[in-house]
Design a protein around this ligand. Structure first.
Ligand SMILES: Nc1ncnc2c1ncn2[C@@H]1O[C@H](COP(=O)(O)OP(=O)(O)OP(=O)(O)O)[C@@H](O)[C@H]1O
Ligand SMILES: [Mg+2]
Length: 404
């Protein structure tokens, strides 16, 4: 007799716990490197969105000496990370750190974070390797108390499990976030990557003060060289070029207006009354239509027309938060100590309705060490995040290699 197949549903935490590699936790070296990266990026985002010059303190301590198991070298490590950034209000802490796919960054505005996953993945990974809870302490400052949660994630249910909650006095108006967690990783192999990551982070965030102490007691200090913060990005409306039918349908269902041109002007950037009229002519649609009553065919027709209409202005770049040519130069001078440096920020361009800005710098001489491979060293960033892996397949490497 045929046994019927069993079907199960996985919670988002369960899914990412089972497929850690999707979040970059592929081996013990990448696990500890990824943990540090995710937490540092969260602090940088929280600093930049509130224009607070970041002070970051990171300490990794060895709890248990190295073991050589199937996974290779592994040791139990304690991680302490403290920032002076925006902090998180107390009622938001449990879900921000205990529920996968919860984020304050699901908006049309540039930030390093995007998915609502990274910080949680670091915590879930540590919890699943050591079965230790983690602690989050935070305050949004001024007259608000400091709240400390000792928590775990209920991975099967994707819910925060609060083991202890404390309220602490905050007479000094301290603001920031402190995370303590126990995890496992291959420090010996991760060490060089972590230091390189922090060094490159200090180039793209020259306003930040970063102090790092590693498990062997070595201390690394990255001092700020500017108080200028990148201009915080503003949230924008979608640009019509990159739209799909589902997005158009959602906007058309939610809108309060019953007038199609008004709907287009309100919901999208780069559409004013004149462009709306031209677009509707181009789409062959009557302007008196009620957006709520668009049929499936009309939604598809309008989406296709929005995607192929060529008279829209390029998307607004105010949702971006570039490093800035001046800041990049300051960062490169500070970390590389070259004899010569020049930087450039291009004008915004766009792809498929999304704006982007290319920023680059060239430095030469001074204390720059030549690559042992004989190739020109390249420091790459995407979204202001240092890229340390897979340089060989990057077009930047190919272009630089082609230069005499
Ligand atoms: N140090 C911090 N200071 C202030 N808020 C923070 C801090 N760390 C995390 N948060 C808040 O917790 C949320 C969840 O963080 P998490 O890293 O899990 O996801 P994310 O940063 O939104 O996206 P990504 O998966 O791309 O990292 C963030 O969106 C942010 O609102
Ligand atoms: Mg994050």
């Amino acid at each position: 007799m045929r046994v019927p197949e069993e079907f199960e549903e996985l919670s988002p935490s369960e899914f990412f716990w089972r497929h850690k590699d999707l979040a970059g936790f592929t081996n013990p070296m990448r696990a500890i490197y990824g943990t540090i990266r995710e937490l540092v990026e969260n602090s940088l985002d929280a600093a930049e969105v509130h224009e607070i010059p970041l002070k970051l303190h990171l300490k990794v301590t060895r709890l248990e000496e190295e073991q050589k198991g199937e996974e290779g070298r592994q040791e139990t490590l304690h991680l302490h990370i403290e920032d002076n950034a925006g902090g998180i209000s107390r009622e938001k802490i449990p879900n921000a750190f205990g529920r996968v796919l919860v984020s304050s960054k699901y908006r049309l505005r540039q930030s390093r974070g995007l998915f609502g996953l990274g910080g949680k993945m670091a915590l879930i990974y540590g919890q699943s390797m050591t079965h230790e809870p983690f602690t989050i302490r935070s305050s949004v400052g001024k007259r608000n108390p400091i709240v400390e949660y000792t928590m775990m994630v209920d991975i099967e249910k994707n819910t925060p499990r609060i083991l202890k909650r404390r309220r602490l006095q905050n007479p000094g108006g301290w603001r920031g976030t402190v995370i303590d967690l126990t995890t496992r990783g291959d420090w010996a192999h991760a060490k060089q990557k972590v230091v390189e990551y922090l060094t490159n982070t200090a180039i793209a965030a020259p306003y930040a003060s970063i102090f790092f102490e590693d498990p062997d007691g070595a201390q690394y200090r990255f001092e700020p060289v500017t108080t200028d913060m990148p201009k915080p990005p503003t949230e924008t409306r979608p640009h019509p070029s990159g739209l799909d039918v589902e997005s158009l349908k959602r906007l058309a269902t939610a809108t309060k207006t019953t007038n199609l041109p008004t709907f287009l002007c309100r919901q999208f950037q780069r559409i004013g009354p004149v462009t709306a009229k031209k677009l509707l002519q181009f789409a062959g649609m009557h302007p008196r239509k009620d957006p709520h009553k668009l049929t499936r065919e009309e939604l598809i027709q309008l989406t296709n027309s929005m995607n192929s209409f060529t008279d829209f202005k390029a998307p607004e770049a105010s949702c971006l938060s570039p490093v800035g040519a001046k800041q990049l130069e300051a960062g490169m001078r500070k970390q590389l100590k070259p004899a010569f440096v020049t930087t450039l920020a291009r004008k915004p361009s766009s792809y498929s309705g999304f704006p982007f800005i290319v920023e680059a710098g060239v430095a030469y001489g001074g204390e720059i060490q030549p690559n042992t491979s004989g190739k020109i060293p390249i420091i790459r960033f995407a979204n202001k995040i240092p890229l340390l892996l897979d340089e060989g397949s990057d077009v930047v490497r190919k272009v630089v290699d082609a230069v005499n």
